[in-house]
Design a binder for this molecule. Structure first.
Ligand code: FAD
Length: 449
């Protein structure tokens, strides 16, 4: 069913995201019997936890158990837009993006299946002189790290991207190697990787706490009983703070609504005419999908909290912005639209580091978040987390500053936030805050004309 921009369907009529877990739910992933010991336990079967469990096995860990309270991919990971951008605003973002992109490219050789990565090219347009100055500084940092990003003059932007309203930019940065993957296919890929590498996957099993002896972990308590292990990796995406709190670990991450829509097909939206674009000032991005355009957005004024229904007024607002920049979309109906809870960290940077309980390190526990960038950074974050869990360091990225000790009591980070991020809440969620509890100051980055 296609719906016009002025005749949005009711929430009940919305086509939802493709639910990969519905199809893989019938695949017998459940290992039989409850193991009572393992060499490592990973909590969470999203892209971060699953690839981490796989990399732990690849590093030679014998018995790796993955504990997932629902089914694999049932969190944010199956619902993402799939954007893989190496043009990050910090060296961590660039390195994690590059490592992940290269992993997606070699997956087929390594595991016989891939996440459907398509190299499409990604444009970050500039609309003000301040945008241009920031983009040029960023490009210098990115090229120094080996990224093949280049500056496009306004006329080159128009030539490369004929769907964009001509003359609307002051130029922009472009990386031809950026692209997108298929999130459901990524879940299938890691499900296969887990099965073939011998990770014991325990679906519908919740972690309900950690077992400790002094300052060291000795295992995890689960809804079906304890599992002993000297190493535990905690993931959880938008629910990471809750997972960590079960063990008394304070993690200042949260979740907030993010929505994605796909327009009907149109010849002007053919992939050859449509590089991916991130309109940073509006927090709006788009890419080709099924002959139409997929676009996604977060509302920076929205309070954190779990969300699964579409905010139609905000969607309409974003459609107006999109129509200004890509006029052909103005008259197009929507084929699919969905909302889901996206994870965020206060500084839009990943968390990869040891668990801390009241200023003391809990040995053997590694806490991991991809900070809302699990498609673009997920495998890199997962490999770095596996490395840190086993050796304390990683050659994927320097994790020395990415641990929980960068946050103060209120969740404020000692690091400068990554400037190339969705307009997520710009600070730590308040304790016990929810959608019905106003008080979060908006970061004020959204500029809609
Ligand atoms: C609509 C949307 C669009 C997005 N688009 C993009 C994009 O284009 N590019 C990009 O890079 N990122 C994107 N993201 C973000 C990306 O999807 C996430 O960063 C990523 O999926 C996080 O992976 P994860 O494994 O940390 O979390 P999840 O995928 O949420 O997995 C966490 C898992 O932990 C499980 N769990 C929770 N509590 C427990 C417990 N107590 N015991 C056991 N298991 C538990 C959950 O059931 C869940 O399966 C998007 C997100 C959304 C919602």
């Amino acid at each position: 069913m296609a719906v016009g921009p002025t005749a949005l369907p009711s929430a009940a009529d919305h086509l939802t995201e493709r639910s990969v877990y519905v199809s893989i739910g019938v695949v017998p992933m459940l290992s039989t019997g409850q193991p009572d010991t393992a060499d490592a336990i990973v909590v969470g079967g999203g892209t971060v936890g699953a690839w981490c469990a796989y990399f732990l096995r690849r590093s030679g860990v014998g018995r790796v158990t993955l504990v997932e309270k629902r089914t694999l991919g049932e969190g944010a990971s199956s619902r993402a837009a799939g954007v893989v951008r190496t043009q990050g605003g910090t060296r961590w973002a660039v390195q994690l993006g590059e490592w992940s992109r290269k992993f997606y490219l070699r997956q087929h050789d390594e595991i016989g299946i891939d996440s459907g990565f398509t190299q499409q090219g990604y444009l970050l347009p500039c609309f003000t002189q301040a945008d241009v100055a920031a983009a040029r500084d960023r490009m210098a940092m990115q090229t120094a790290l080996g990224l093949s990003v280049r500056w496009l003059q306004p006329a080159e932007v128009d030539e490369l991207n004929p769907t964009l309203a001509a003359g609307s930019t002051l130029g922009g940065t472009f990386c031809a190697e950026d692209g997108y993957l298929s999130p459901p296919r990524n879940v299938t890929a890691y499900a296969v990787a887990l099965a073939t590498s011998g990770v014991q996957v325990r679906e519908r099993l919740a972690c309900i706490g950690l077992l400790t002896d002094g300052d060291a972990v000795t295992g995890a308590a689960t809804s079906a009983g304890p599992i002993c292990a000297p190493l535990v990796v905690l993931t959880g995406g938008p629910e990471l703070a809750e997972v960590a709190a079960l063990a008394g670990i304070r993690v200042p991450t949260g979740g907030v609504r993010h929505q994605v829509a796909v327009t009907q097909r149109h010849p002007d939206l053919h992939p050859s005419r449509l590089p991916m674009v991130f309109d940073l000032s509006a927090g709006l991005y788009w890419r080709p999908e099924e002959g139409g355009m997929l676009f996604g957005m977060s509302n920076p004024d929205e309070a954190p909290g779990a969300a699964s229904c579409v905010d139609e007024p905000y969607l309409a607002q974003m459609r107006r912005r999109l129509a200004e920049l890509v006029p052909v979309t103005a008259g197009l109906g929507l084929r699919r639209v969905w909302a889901a809870t996206i994870d965020y960290t206060p500084d839009h940077l990943p968390i990869i580091g040891p668990a801390r309980v009241k200023d003391r390190t809990l040995n053997g526990v590694t806490v991991v978040s991809a900070g809302g960038a699990g498609m673009m950074w997920g495998p890199g974050v997962a490999r770095a987390a596996a490395d840190v869990a086993l050796t304390g360091t990683s050659d994927v990225v320097d994790t020395a500053q990415l641990g929980l000790d960068r946050f103060d009591e209120d969740g404020n980070s000692a690091l400068t936030a990554d400037p190339i991020a969705l307009p997520f809440p710009g600070h730590a969620p308040r304790r016990g805050s929810g959608r019905d509890e106003p008080g979060r100051p908006p970061p004020g980055r959204l500029t809609l004309s």
